[in-house]
Design a protein around this ligand. Sequence first.
Ligand SMILES: NC(=O)c1ccc[n+]([C@@H]2O[C@H](COP(=O)([O-])OP(=O)(O)OC[C@H]3O[C@@H](n4cnc5c(N)ncnc54)[C@H](OP(=O)(O)O)[C@@H]3O)[C@@H](O)[C@H]2O)c1
Length: 350
Amino acid sequence: MHEEVTGELFLRPPEERMVKMKAVIWTGYGGPQVLVPSEIETPVPRENEILLKIHSASVTAGDCEMRRLELPLGLSLPVRLYAGWRKPRRIKIPGQEFSGEVVKTGSPVSKFSVGDMLCGTTGFRFGAYAEYICVSESPDEMSGVMAGKPENLSMVEASALPTAGMEALHYLKESKLEKGHKLLIIGAGGSIGSFALQAARHMGIRVTAVDSGDKLQMLSDLGAERVIDYASDESPGSTGEFDSAIDMVGGRGVLKRLGYVRPGGSYFLAFAYIRHLLLAPFIRLLLGKKLNITSSSQSQEELQRLIHFTGTACISPVIHKCFPLSEAAEAHRFAESGVKQGNIVLTAQN
Ligand SMILES: NC(=O)c1ccc[n+]([C@@H]2O[C@H](COP(=O)([O-])OP(=O)(O)OC[C@H]3O[C@@H](n4cnc5c(N)ncnc54)[C@H](OP(=O)(O)O)[C@@H]3O)[C@@H](O)[C@H]2O)c1
């Protein structure tokens, strides 16, 4: 006990000392086994922070990509420089999206009150795979954004909304598509795609959705006009048929798939390589098409816009399966298994 009385703890009121919480510790770059369930000290909010009791945290494609760190050098290098060279050191707890309840505020006057139900992102601070998290009450794009949970969503659904929802609305806004226009969504059965499909349908946009065979029924149910199995030889359409495309997959097939978009149309890439960045001006010049690799700014305004839209359109993220926090490694395995439809969520309060 003597060792635990550090300078910081000594200053805390007795009731706050050494209260333990469950959290997932990110012990290295690699397979799901690097995610280790542990018990650590519950954080205490500083003056400008609030303490959130996390209800759910989604397991995003980004979480899995960061964990594996099998990224192109242009991306893996900055991640290693930021998070830790051989293993994550600055970031101990993964997870960038949450829903939760405010249980304590660091300062007497706060934008949020105890009992508020919020959803949001943690930005580069990560830390959502835990029972509690301290977040700045005025977060920004780097340290996350948060707002009141949409009333039409459960806590589980709300945890899977922010990133995918903001990305999907960003693409739809930038595409300037209108009612009756045709949109091609490649990778429509995942997190961003399944939300983009619902949002597009709400706007009266006609969607052709591409993903694996076992996700096609779900995509039809969400309103896709046409569904295509990416393992089949079936073409999603004719040359120049679509006004815009959103591609969650990228890779070497981009130039071929770009052919399905009409001149003047936009092709959005959720995961872009440097070569796409370099190619974009030539594609614009030679083909008259916009290869767009921009992302949502993940700002407070974008989150508010998303929450308003979600309520008005009465749509919700697709949740395939929930896992308890202690099974984070299993949740990652499932998320990477190729059968995931929509989103996978970790629930912290069981
Ligand atoms: N730019 C940003 O700020 C930002 C934000 C969020 C995410 N992202 C990135 O965007 C990408 C997509 O995110 P997400 O959350 O939607 O991922 P996701 O949930 O994993 O969805 C991707 C979907 O694409 C499907 N797919 C795989 N290969 C395909 C192919 N050849 N043709 C058609 N569909 C295929 C996958 O199916 P299988 O399960 O069969 O593989 C899966 O259903 C990720 O790389 C993520 O990191 C970027």
